[in-house]
Design a protein around this ligand. Structure first.
Ligand SMILES: [Zn+2]
Ligand SMILES: [Zn+2]
Length: 183
């Protein structure tokens, strides 16, 4: 039985390879990729450890990147797929059907994962700790932004002071002094 594109829905998918030993299906029209997670996990267990940061990264161009904002429907079970953000710098999400245990990646997203050295992190991304960490980073960013707006040009001074204070051996004395002293 042939599988239809999760995005175009009227195009059949063709066999492709994301890596020497990782088979997937691709849509010739939108260049999105279908990947079943069983194959992915087998590939993870067998492929050599991911290169470290010193190695040359694969070429990657943001122009190649596509991202579907609306919820996709799994072409196997017809349920809505869940979206998992990969990080806070990119709006790209991985579309996952937990019933069928498979993934839809839009055009360029596999290259993006490789570029970010995250090609072995696909299952980690859809875990609660990963998503929680992204929410925490988001919250920290909004908190920082709020005080940047409140304090304006003084914000950098406060940041520098906070950095200096965080490593200071008498940090708690200084904090106590600041909270108690009357100018
Ligand atoms: Zn397509
Ligand atoms: Zn499904």
């Amino acid at each position: 039985m042939s599988l239809y594109c999760y995005k175009c829905t009227n195009q059949t998918l063709s066999p492709t390879k994301l890596d020497d030993t990782l088979s997937a299906l691709v849509c010739e029209a939108c260049e999105g990729t279908y990947l079943d997670l069983l194959s992915y996990r087998t590939w993870l267990e067998n492929h050599p450890a991911v290169n470290n940061a010193n190695e040359t990264l694969d070429s990657f161009s943001a122009d190649e990147l596509d991202n579907t904002d609306n919820a996709l429907i799994c072409q196997r079970c017809r349920k809505f797929m869940l979206k998992y953000r990969i990080n806070n710098e990119h709006k790209n999400t991985i579309n996952v059907c937990h019933t069928c245990d498979d993934v839809w990646l839009d055009r360029g997203e596999w290259s993006l994962l490789k570029y970010l050295n995250m090609q072995d992190k696909l299952t980690a991304v859809m875990s609660e700790p990963w998503q929680q960490q992204l929410r925490n980073q988001d919250r920290d960013q909004s908190f920082k932004k709020l005080y940047q707006q409140k304090l304006g040009t003084d914000f950098d001074k406060v940041e520098n002071f906070a950095t200096w204070l965080s490593d200071h051996p008498q940090k708690s004395d200084i904090q106590h002094y600041l909270s108690q002293h009357k100018p």
